[in-house]
Design a protein around this ligand. Structure first.
Ligand code: FNR
Length: 388
């Protein structure tokens, strides 16, 4: 039986033939390499966050405040990292976070397609952003046998929101992930100092430009006057989704509904009462609001509040060890964000697959060494604070 950790043997055996991995297996070196390769404006948009980036830093640092206590004398020759997601079995709990400019992280501008192919090849679900360079239908085609969820930035125009949802349903997406924290953009000094906001240059707006309802609102098609189309987009981009709107969103789809950006247990409980199928604990990687606590520190209370309802997690995942810690805290699915953007920038589809395989191999080997044959055992063991 193949195990994720086998990637390690592949790498070492390749070494015997003089072949080293073409990309680093760790985040620090990956980011260094990507920093040298990406155009400055794209790098800055991906790498940077809100305010002085306190929250973004804490997202990463806070993982070292938590540690595992290994168990010995357990047979972990076979590890099972598989999870059930709304009735379907996935080999691992990893997922690819929605990244709105992933298109331009690829040299050819088709990064959404490359990500879909990587998700299919590595058998992890992709969460496709509303903000893509290719339409959600084109991305769904590129997925082949792979799976994706559709992430919705709810437009002010409810009919357009409904149109996106209908299209996602028709294209075979497995659920709708509504992002709650981005009806406007947080204060990002790095992007502001460079006056750099890709969408205003027409980047990543394919889902809007291909939508009949959006197009009907324009005097001329986007292909003829992109500036006017972008202006209209900016005027309708973000609805301030409130509890009433959430009830409406629930009513417009029978697909699983996941709410992204929940941090407070009371919000989680209320969303569950309104019928959402999963809570997605995330602070957008510190890109939207500064001054907040690390998402990983908020995860235990959310898990406790959600009972049997799955809690998805992202923000600060840089390694397989981070994934294992989030799972030990009770996350059902764990999202990788910036690391795969760098993998894509450096190696396209293969680069994303390498990042996923590296993270999964590290997670799998950690579970093997620490005596956790499956996620239930890991979750039962939990984590300890590294400092009192
Ligand atoms: C994002 N994120 C995001 N989230 C979302 O719901 N829709 C989106 O379109 C985007 N776009 C986006 C662009 C870029 C460049 C980044 C880095 C992130 C947030 C993303 O889904 C996830 O929450 C964060 O990436 C998690 O933080 P880390 O682990 O990547 O630091």
């Amino acid at each position: 039986m193949n195990q994720f950790g086998d990637y390690q043997n592949e790498i070492y055996f390749d070494g015997l033939r003089g072949i080293k991995p073409s990309l680093p297996v760790d985040f620090k070196r990956l980011e260094e390499r990507a920093s040298a390769a990406l155009p400055q404006s794209v790098l800055s948009y991906v790498q940077r966050g809100c305010g002085d980036e306190f929250t973004q830093r804490r997202n990463v640092e806070a993982f070292s405040d938590w540690g595992l206590v290994p168990r010995m004398l357990v047979d972990t020759r076979v590890r099972d990292l598989s999870v059930d997601v709304f009735g379907k079995r996935y080999a691992s709990p990893l997922m690819l976070c929605p990244i709105g400019v992933i298109g331009v992280c690829a040299q050819d501008g088709r990064g959404d397609i490359a990500t879909a192919r990587a998700a299919a090849a590595a058998r992890v679900p992709m969460i496709a952003s509303t903000l893509m360079n290719d339409s959600l239908e084109t991305v769904a085609e590129a997925l082949g046998e792979g799976d994706a969820f559709f992430q919705l930035y709810t437009p002010k125009d409810r009919d357009l929101a409904q149109s996106f949802v209908r299209r996602a349903e028709a294209a075979g997406y497995k659920g709708i992930v509504v992002t709650l924290d981005t009806w406007l953009t947080g204060w990002r000094p790095r992007d502001l100092n460079d006056s750099n906001f890709p969408q205003l240059r027409g980047v990543a707006l394919a889902n809007y430009f291909s939508d009949p309802l959006f197009r009907a609102k324009l005097a001329v098609p986007p292909e003829e006057d992109i500036a006017a189309a972008v202006r209209y987009w900016a005027s309708i981009f973000g609805m301030t989704v409130t509890w009433d709107d959430l009830a409406w969103l629930r009513s417009i789809t029978t697909l699983p509904l996941i709410v992204k950006g929940i941090q407070h247990p009371d919000d989680a409980k209320r969303a569950i009462d309104l019928g959402v199928d999963a809570i997605y604990c995330s602070n957008h990687g510190g890109r939207q609001a500064n001054g907040g606590l690390a998402s990983i520190d908020l995860l235990p209370a959310l898990v406790a509040a959600c009972g049997d309802v799955p809690v998805w997690f992202d923000s600060g995942i840089r390694s397989g060890t981070d994934v294992v810690k989030a799972l030990a805290m009770g996350a059902s699915m764990v999202g990788v964000g910036r690391p795969y953007a760098y993998g894509l920038a450096l190696g396209g589809t293969a680069g994303v697959v390498h990042v996923i395989r590296s993270i999964l191999a590290e997670a799998d080997l950690l579970m093997a060494v620490d005596g956790f044959p499956d996620l239930a055992a890991l979750r039962a063991a939990g984590l300890r604070r590294t400092r009192a």
